[in-house]
Design a protein around this ligand. Structure first.
Ligand code: HEM
Length: 325
C-alpha cells in the first residue's frame, strides 16, 4: 500500500508541536511561576500543568496515532498493542501524579476542591480515561475475550479515545486561562492579564500550541485512508453462541491481508493449513454445542453437554482439534 507523504508530514508536525508544548509548559512554570518542588507549596502546583500536558495531551495523543504509523502495519499486531497499552498507562500515571500535585497543594492550603469548570472537565476526563483503559485491556488484550465483543468494542474504543483526547485539550486550555486569571491580578507590582504581559503572551502561545497539536493528531486519526490496512482487508464473523445445529466459522480476507486483527497471533492467518481451515468450515459436533472465541490456534472456552472447559484450538488440515487444559 502506498503511504501518502502527507501522513508523514502531519506526523512530523504533530511530533514537533508536542515537543514544543512540553518545552513551553515547563519553561512557563520554571521562569514565571517560581520553578518546581514537592512540598505542598505553589511550586508543587507547578507540576500539575506540566504532568497533565505531558500525560493527557502529548503522550496520550502519541499513543492514539501509533497504529497509523506505516512502521506498525507489517507483522504481528501484538507488540504494538502492548506498546499502545503501555504508553496510555504511562500517560494515565502522569495524569494521576499531576492530579495528586494539585489536590495535595489545595488540601495543604485549605483551598476547596473541585469547584471550577476546569476541575469538573478535568476530573471527568480522567474518570473516562480510567474506564477506557480498563475496557481496552479487557477487550483487546485478554486472550479469552470473545471475538464478537472485541469487534463491537472497537468503534466505541476509537470514538471514546478521540473524545477523551479532545476533553483533555479543553481541560488544558481552561486550566491555562484560569491560572493566568488567578496569577496576573495586577497586585504587588505584577501586571494584569488584560495588559498582556510577557508571561500572558507566552502562556497564550502554549494554549495555541496545544490546540495545534490536537488538530494535527485529529487530522491523522480522522483520515480513513491512513488506517492500518487490515481494517479494510479482513472481515471476521464470530462463531455464533448457542447455535443448536452446527457452529459456523467464517474468516474471509483478501490477498493483501498480512495480519490477523482479531486475535493475538499473526501466524494464524498466514499458514496454508489455517488458510484451508478457514475455507472449509471445521466439522464441529452437533447439538448442545456452544463455543465462543473459537479461532485458529487459539485459547478459548468450549462448552459441551453443560460442561465448560478451557481449550486450546488447533487447526490442522481443515480439522479443528480441541485440547482440553
Ligand atoms: C488534561 C489536563 C488537565 C486536567 C485533567 C486537569 C484537572 C484538574 C483538576 C481535576 C483540578 C481540581 C483539583 C482540586 O480541586 O483540588 C485542577 C485544578 C487546577 N488546574 Fe488543572 N488540569 C489539567 C491541566 C491544567 C493546566 C495545563 C493548567 C495550567 C496551569 C491547569 C491549572 C489548574 C489550576 C489553576 C487549578 C486550581 C484551581 C481549580 O481547581 O480549578 N490545569 N485541574
Amino acid at each position: 500500500m502506498r503511504v501518502p507523504g502527507q501522513l508523514y508530514l502531519t506526523y512530523l508536525l504533530a511530533l514537533c508541536l508536542g515537543l514544543l508544548c512540553m518545552i513551553f509548559v515547563a519553561y512557563w512554570n520554571a521562569t514565571w511561576r517560581g520553578g518546581f518542588a514537592w512540598d505542598g507549596s505553589a511550586k508543587q502546583f507547578n507540576w500539575h500543568p506540566v504532568l497533565m500536558v505531558a500525560g493527557l495531551t502529548v503522550l496520550y495523543g502519541s499513543a492514539a496515532v501509533l497504529y497509523r504509523l506505516p512502521l506498525t502495519w507489517g507483522g504481528s499486531k501484538l507488540p504494538w498493542k502492548l506498546l499502545h497499552a503501555g504508553l496510555t498507562l504511562l500517560s494515565f500515571l502522569l495524569a494521576v501524579l499531576g492530579l495528586f500535585a494539585v489536590f495535595n497543594f489545595h488540601n495543604k492550603g485549605n483551598t476547596p476542591n473541585l469547584y471550577s469548570l476546569h476541575s469538573w472537565i478535568g476530573i471527568s476526563t480522567v474518570a473516562l480515561f480510567t474506564g477506557q483503559w480498563l475496557l481496552g485491556l479487557a477487550s483487546f488484550l485478554l486472550p479469552c475475550t470473545p471475538l464478537e465483543l472485541r469487534r463491537r468494542a472497537k468503534p466505541l474504543h476509537v470514538w471514546l479515545g478521540s473524545a477523551i483526547f479532545i476533553l483533555g485539550i479543553a481541560a488544558s486550555i481552561s486550566g491555562i486561562n484560569e491560572k493566568l486569571i488567578f496569577s496576573l491580578k495586577g497586585l504587588n507590582g505584577t501586571a494584569q492579564y488584560s495588559a498582556l504581559p510577557q508571561e500572558a503572551q507566552f502562556a497564550n502561545m502554549l494554549g495555541v500550541l496545544i490546540v495545534a497539536f490536537g488538530l494535527a493528531v485529529l487530522r491523522i486519526l480522522s483520515n480513513q485512508a491512513w488506517q492500518r490496512p487490515e481494517g479494510e482487508n479482513s472481515e471476521v464473523t464470530q462463531v455464533r453462541e448457542s447455535d443448536t445445529q452446527s457452529s459456523r466459522y467464517t474468516h474471509t480476507h483478501n490477498t493483501k491481508h498480512t495480519h490477523c486483527d482479531c486475535c493475538l497471533h499473526s501466524r494464524c492467518c498466514r499458514t496454508e493449513e489455517s488458510k484451508r481451515a478457514r475455507e472449509t468450515p471445521p466439522p464441529l459436533p452437533h447439538t448442545s454445542l456452544s463455543a465462543f472465541h473459537l479461532h485458529a490456534d487459539s485459547l478459548g472456552f468450549f462448552r459441551f453437554k453443560r460442561k465448560t472447559s478451557l481449550c486450546l484450538y488447533l487447526f490442522h488440515s481443515g480439522c479443528v482439534l480441541f485440547v482440553e487444559i
